[in-house]
Design a protein around this ligand. Structure first.
Ligand code: GAR
Length: 197
């Protein structure tokens, strides 16, 4: 039986598309839901075009009441009965209660070489620090932000003249390779980290 995967997004969903495309053939998982906190997220249209069920729960309607937002989001997720949740550019911080419920079954991609640069503005911070390389990390989601066990990392060089935008674009190419590779292993029960390229 295939594992059922829900993907949470907030934006364009390029990682979501790569994950969804990867779940075909002998892959041990299938996408069952793409959900967003932003009803205008471009990724929702892209998911629908791929024939995947979509849901939107607008966090702004809950005026900062994070548990109420998550209760509404959880109802949509529960209706899809997933085995695994992939956060793919999902830009809301989740409460400890939500995370605990899904612990061991929820993974995230973060655009830095964790444990470096948790949180936002990762590429600018790598440039400001004078780093010679950057990258991305897929990790299990635990209650502490961007902190769970690492499941995979991919590195890119930082090149003279890089801006946060050029670096982000180079890292994103690696995200698109890393996240599907990790999900395939995770869905098969493999937890040992994978390092690309
Ligand atoms: C990706 O770069 C992802 O790593 C990042 O948002 C982008 C989403 O792009 N995630 C975070 O910053 C999480 N804190 P996408 O919507 O095209 O996949």
């Amino acid at each position: 039986m295939s594992k059922r995967v829900a993907i949470l997004i907030s934006g364009g969903g390029s990682n979501m598309v790569k994950l969804a495309q990867s779940m075909a053939g002998d892959h041990p998982a299938r996408p069952v839901l793409v959900a967003s906190n932003d009803p205008k997220a471009g990724g929702l249209d892209r998911a629908a075009e791929m024939g995947i069920s979509t849901a939107a729960v607008d966090h702004r309607a809950f005026k900062g009441d994070r548990p109420a937002f998550e209760a509404a989001l959880s109802a949509k997720i529960a209706a899809a009965n997933p085995d695994i949740i992939c956060l793919a550019g999902f830009m809301r911080v989740l409460t400890e209660g939500f995370v605990r419920h899904w612990e061991g079954r929820m993974i995230n991609i973060h655009p830095s070489l964790l444990p470096l640069y948790k949180g936002l503005h990762t590429h600018q911070r790598a440039l400001d620090a004078g780093d010679q390389e950057a990258g991305c990390t897929v990790h299990e989601v635990t209650a502490a932000l961007d902190d769970g066990p690492i499941l995979g990392q991919a590195r890119v060089p930082i090149i003279a003249g890089d801006t946060a935008e050029t670096l982000a674009a180079r890292v994103l190419v690696q995200e698109h390779a890393l996240y599907p590779a990790v999900l395939r292993r995770f869905a098969a029960g493999e937890r040992a980290p994978v390092y690309l390229p």
